[in-house]
Design a protein around this ligand. Structure first.
Ligand code: ZN
Length: 226
């Protein structure tokens, strides 16, 4: 992995790093493009059920040589909204008539992007990277391109800073992401060194929750096509 030289290299991008497959690959791409010293990563501890995510995010930042990594605590989501990621008593499912499953954290990406952009401005970085996909998503409204474009515009106005939202997987399926990870020589790292599972089981996960099913289906699809 190519790394930037110089201790105080200008930061080009802030990557939202959850510790999952998508954000890990997103970080890898940013590091390849700019060098590790020109990339910062931000992880949000928002009361998700599994602290293991932040542990994996820290490991990933270290693995990719990203020294500027912040874990920001946002303890308030659970006070404002209820969902299966914040509350163990909520069953992970898609309720009848609901557009998205009970795992949606309302407004999460809007808050994450806004805060990442604040840090980007502080660091002088023009880009905020996020690993969302609307091709293979669970119906989350804040994973759509229309939202990202609107959020980018709102953040530019809010901060008076020409920030750009970069979402490299917006139109990619999970299988395409696995193919990309493999091309970069990161298939095993992404497979074992990330946690996507809603039950907090690292690597290949619990195999039962919707996040695991999506991830596994994508991997199987890619491996079958290889
Ligand atoms: Zn799972």
């Amino acid at each position: 992995m190519r790394k930037g030289k110089g201790k105080d290299a200008a930061v080009k991008a802030v990557v939202v790093l959850s510790g999952g497959q998508d954000s890990a690959l997103c970080l890898a791409l940013a590091v390849r493009r700019f060098g590790a010293d020109a990339v910062a990563a931000i992880t949000f501890a928002y009361g998700q059920r599994h602290a293991v995510e932040t542990k994996y995010a820290r490991r990933l930042a270290k693995r990719f040589g990203v020294r500027r990594h912040k874990v920001v605590r946002l303890g308030f989501f659970g006070e404002l909204t209820t969902n299966a990621l914040l509350d163990h008593s909520v069953k992970i499912c898609r309720r009848k008539g609901a557009k998205c499953p009970t795992t949606v954290v309302e407004g999460r990406n809007a808050v994450f992007l806004q805060l990442a952009a604040v840090w980007a401005k502080t660091l002088g970085a023009a880009e905020v990277h996020i690993g969302v996909s609307e091709a293979d998503f669970s119906g989350y409204p804040d994973c759509r391109g229309a939202f990202l474009r609107a959020q980018e515009r709102a953040m530019r106005l809010a901060l008076d800073w020409p920030v750009r939202v970069v979402a490299p997987f917006l139109h990619k399926t999970k299988a395409e992401e696995w193919a990309l990870a493999d091309r970069l020589g990161l298939l095993e790292l992404i497979r074992t060194g990330t946690v996507t599972c809603y039950n907090g089981v690292p690597g290949d996960g619990c195999g039962k929750c919707p996040a695991c099913l999506l991830r596994r289906r994508g991997l199987a699809e890619y491996l079958a096509s290889r």
